[in-house]
Design a protein around this ligand. Structure first.
Ligand code: PEP
Ligand code: MN
Length: 362
């Protein structure tokens, strides 16, 4: 946290029906009152960017009315995803407090620019409607309170930073949302953006980062460790019945437990006052832990291929150890190690260990 209240944007992946939206919001508004120290915003996607065109694509514009009802009935601020200029116009018209731009749109700078242009075009009208100065983006006006930009679906820090700039030109505050790629955290990408723009708040999206409800509470501990500004979390009144992302949505009770544990951790942490340099070490450790995981996944996948090669060799009467092939690999490994700035001896040691285990498996 770089000052200010933590922000938690919570609610279902998609607005599915008025009942589902209102019931989820009712449960969340109680938690909202328990955490008055945080800024709690209700989220739900009206339009869903789905991979498969035969699945639920969102309820569309009528869902904005359900969100407006949540705002009215529970006094919660509301957020929805926009992917086109038409979405922007409809969402602002319906009084959405926050607009977020999803990972798929974030991968396309032209889509982000079109959204930024639509916001720019709408602002004078929105402000004029409330009698605000046309040039002032004020909290009192109908202008959105902030624009949230997720990282692109590919781990491209430069593209994410470029999108932040495109949106900043609207004059509306911008918040980055780190949701990882392909259910991997990609901490290195987020670390780059954090270092380049320490002035922009960054939220964690543990739901899309993991794709797994069971991992969401543990990932939320990263908020304090990395000095993030809060989270966007998918919460559904009945996750097993959810029409999209049903494996990653948590229940309101689970969110309550996770927030309570974060608050008690933060109290502990504030006693020992984590410095920015401790946060920096935590970022680097997150990066190295992710690299180690990838290393082990790669080694396990390699052993699997090696076993299949062993089966082929057995079937064709070929000996597991092939000196010529070994020699070719060793030569190219030495060159590669030098190119990568690694000691060739170190690379050889690791390779020999992997190769030896591989032969045992064969
Ligand atoms: C979402 O938040 O529901 C969503 C679609 O997220 P993302 O763009 O990160 O996949
Ligand atoms: Mn989702």
């Amino acid at each position: 946290m770089r000052g200010g209240r933590a922000i938690y944007i919570v609610g279902p992946c998609a607005a599915e029906s008025r009942e589902q939206v209102v019931e989820t919001a009712r449960e969340l508004s109680a938690i909202c009152h328990e955490h008055a120290d945080c800024r709690m915003v209700f989220r739900a996607g009206a339009w869903k960017p789905r991979t498969n065109p035969h699945t639920f694509q969102g309820a569309g514009a009528p869902a904005l009315e359900w969100l407006a009802e949540v705002k009215q009935a529970f006094g919660m601020e509301v957020a929805t995803e926009v992917a086109t200029p038409e979405h922007v116009a409809a969402a602002l018209e319906a009084g959405m407090d926050y607009l977020w731009i999803g990972a798929r749109s974030s991968a396309n700078p032209m889509a982000v620019q079109a959204i930024a242009d639509a916001i720019n075009a709408a602002l004078p009208q929105l402000n004029a409607a409330k009698g605000c100065s046309v040039n002032a983006v004020s909290q009192q006006c109908n202008a959105p309170k902030a624009l949230l930009i997720k990282n692109p679906v590919n781990a491209d820090a430069a593209l994410w930073l470029g999108n932040i700039e495109r949106l900043e030109k609207t004059g509306v505050p911008v918040i980055a949302v780190h949701r990882g790629c392909n259910h991997q955290p990609c901490w290195a990408m987020a670390h780059k953006v954090r270092m380049a723009r320490p002035d922009i708040p960054m939220l964690l999206d543990p739901s899309h980062m993991s794709g797994d409800a069971a991992q969401v509470p543990a990932l939320m501990n990263k908020i304090a460790e990395l000095g993030l500004d809060g989270a966007m979390v998918e919460v559904h009144c009945c996750p097993e019945k959810a029409l999209s992302d049903n494996k990653q949505q948590i229940t309101p009770t689970c969110l309550r437990d996770a927030l309570d544990s974060i608050v008690s951790r933060l109290c502990l942490v504030s006693l020992i006052c984590p410095s920015e340099s401790q946060e920096e070490l935590n970022w680097l450790r997150a990066e190295i832990d992710e690299l180690d995981e990838q290393l082990w996944d790669t080694i396990a996948a390699r052993m699997d291929v090696s076993k299949r090669i062993g089966e082929w060799k057995k079937a064709h009467g070929v000996a597991p150890f092939q000196p010529e092939r070994y020699q070719t690999i060793v030569e190219s490994l030495k060159l590669k190690a030098e190119r990568l700035g690694l000691s060739p001896e170190f690379a050889m040691q690791i390779w020999d260990m992997i190769h030896e285990e591989s032969l045992k498996q064969q």
